[in-house]
Design a protein. Structure first.
Length: 187
């Protein structure tokens, strides 16, 4: 059992029959009244976020989780298939457990978060940035590259993102997997 004074970013708690990770929190001590803690929680099963406020000293059920490295193999009708890089065991993870799964490339290493007591996967986290090649995009016209104009580009994994006009087919791009945004052209 933990209390509101033990809250930290990344802490996993059981709340309303679900497991949440604390994304951000703020201890508030108003001039009048009791202190309280505002939190932003993200469900590990559905991915939804919500905000909650607890009175200072409230007890919380902390959940112990383990992060394990897995290598992406392929996708089929059961979901995404991964292999543990240490034990070589293979598991299948449903589509809903992976945010922005369209950026997964065969052989890519990701972390899967497991409930420590039940040994069941809760969610999978892609690396914050990946490098992917452009397979299709409209050619840029000379003189169009001075503005912030964007065009659509299809990446090697099938994901479609907005890129600047100077990007061409075959370019290697650095992409943010959390926001699905183009960051830079790889050097």
């Amino acid at each position: 059992m933990a209390t509101t004074s033990d809250i930290r970013n990344g802490m996993c708690i059981e709340y309303n029959n679900d497991i949440y990770v604390i994304v951000e929190f703020q201890h508030v001590k108003p001039g009048k009244g009791n202190a309280f803690v505002r939190t932003k929680l993200k469900s590990m099963t559905s991915g939804r976020t919500n905000e909650n406020t607890w009175v200072a000293g409230h007890t919380l059920n902390e959940v112990r989780v383990e992060r394990r490295k897995f290598q992406y193999l392929y996708k089929d009708e059961m979901g995404y298939n991964f292999m543990n890089t240490e034990t070589f065991d293979q598991i299948s993870v449903p589509d809903k457990m992976i945010e922005n799964g369209e950026f997964l490339k065969e052989g890519m290493e990701i972390e899967i978060i497991f409930h420590a007591e039940k040994d069941e996967p809760l969610t999978a986290e892609l690396p914050p940035h990946v490098y992917l090649a452009v397979t299709y995009t409209e050619p840029g016209v000379k003189g169009n590259t001075a503005t912030n104009a964007l065009k659509m580009a299809t990446l090697e994994t099938g994901a479609v993102i907005k890129v600047p006009m100077f990007i061409n087919e075959g370019d290697l791009l650095k992409v943010d997997t959390r926001t699905s945004e183009y960051l830079e052209r790889a050097k």
